[in-house]
Ligand binder design. Structure first.
Ligand SMILES: NC(=O)C1=CN([C@@H]2O[C@H](COP(=O)(O)OP(=O)(O)OC[C@H]3O[C@@H](n4cnc5c(N)ncnc54)[C@H](O)[C@@H]3O)[C@@H](O)[C@H]2O)C=CC1
Ligand SMILES: CC(=O)C(=O)O
Length: 304
């Protein structure tokens, strides 16, 4: 556990509360501060979550926006969620206002805070948060395609019958409809995935479609997704508090493309320590560039 470390979770709905629960179970922070615009939600979630806190020694409590702004790690989940079949980008008008209000209410922010954006559309909101927060860019990133990459690794692990942890394969670009799989750089146990016969005969377009469509499928069935993202955020928080320097596909600013979107990045106690340029096939590079162009344009509209 990061001794004395405080993690603030803004937005105590399904995603915020499940992240708080995952953090409690993972025992990574000393204190979790839960914040929401609706005080009754915070009160109810804190009462419920505190019943699970005996499994660790983390304190969970409600807090003000000002107090949350002084935390070591601030996770922003506040925002509207997708309706069935609604693309994430359609949330931008509603969630831009919420993000502006949340960041404004937390000012002045702890200058060393790491701000992790989870609310959607995560790439565009991260781009806006980098500007509004006033923090250095390396301290502000989004959960990006870490969740999508986990969905891909789960599928591949079932095909190859090996642990997900043995598979190094990324979904990159937008955490949304224009995402793509970086097949060319993917490997398992030191072997290129594309050299393995079981992978060669796969319908890769179908895999990409299923991975990108998994959130839609879950939302159609039960209204929201929250367990997968909670696992990702609790793991990223641990990585920050313990300076683990794992490489994760996260929404980060790409200098060359002038846009925020997912690339593999080293994450540690100072936030994004380095962005990893990985080899992409020419078709993958084109997909990355067109994702970047679309995201850059939307972000620019909100930055004027
Ligand atoms: N990046 C990712 O991979 C994922 C992102 N999400 C996104 O997370 C967001 C939250 O989803 P859910 O928790 O399911 O929604 P939810 O509706 O259950 O919770 C949202 C919470 O935000 C609160 N809120 C609204 N305005 C606020 C403000 N100004 N300040 C503080 N709190 C405010 C609401 O009161 C509500 O409690 C959505 O944008 C969703 O699309 C969800 C799953 C995965
Ligand atoms: C909702 C969302 O962004 C996801 O589950 O991927």
């Amino acid at each position: 556990m990061g001794v004395g470390s405080k993690v603030a979770v803004i937005g105590a709905g399904s995603v915020g509360a499940t992240i708080a629960y995952a953090l409690l179970m993972r025992k990574v922070a000393s204190e979790i501060l839960l914040v929401d615009i609706v005080p009754e939600i915070v009160h109810g979630q804190v009462l419920d979550l505190s019943d699970s806190a005996f499994l660790g020694s983390t304190v969970i409590r409600g807090a003000s926006f000002e107090e949350a702004g002084q935390a070591d790690v601030i996770v922003i989940t506040a925002g509207a969620k997708q309706k069935p079949d609604e693309p994430r980008t359609e949330l931008i008008a509603r969630n831009y206002k919420i993000l502006e209000s949340v960041i404004g209410s937390m000012q002045p922010l702890n200058k060393d805070a790491i701000l992790m954006v989870v609310a959607n559309p995560v790439d565009i909101l991260t781009c806006i948060a980098q500007k509004l927060s006033g923090l250095p860019r390396k301290q502000v990133f989004g959960s990006g395609t870490y969740l999508d990459s986990g969905r891909l690794r789960l599928t591949l692990s079932q095909i190859l019958n090996v642990s997900e942890l043995a598979i190094h394969a990324y979904v990159l670009g937008e955490h949304g409809d224009s995402q793509f799989i970086a097949w060319d750089s993917a490997h398992v146990g030191g072997k290129r995935l594309l050299d393995i016969p079981a992978i060669q005969k796969l319908d890769k377009d179908k895999i990409a479609k299923d991975v990108a469509g998994k959130a839609y499928e879950i939302i159609n069935l039960k209204g929201a997704t929250y367990f997968g993202i909670a696992a990702c955020v609790s793991s990223l928080t641990e990585c920050i508090l313990l300076n683990q320097r794992h490489i994760r596909p996260l929404s980060v600013y790409n200098e060359k493309l002038g846009a925020v979107l997912s690339m593999p990045a080293v994450i540690g106690s100072k936030g994004i320590e380095e962005i990893f340029e990985i080899p992409l096939a020419s078709e993958e590079q084109s997909k990355l560039e067109s994702s970047a162009a679309a995201l850059k344009e939307i972000c620019a509209q909100y930055m004027q």
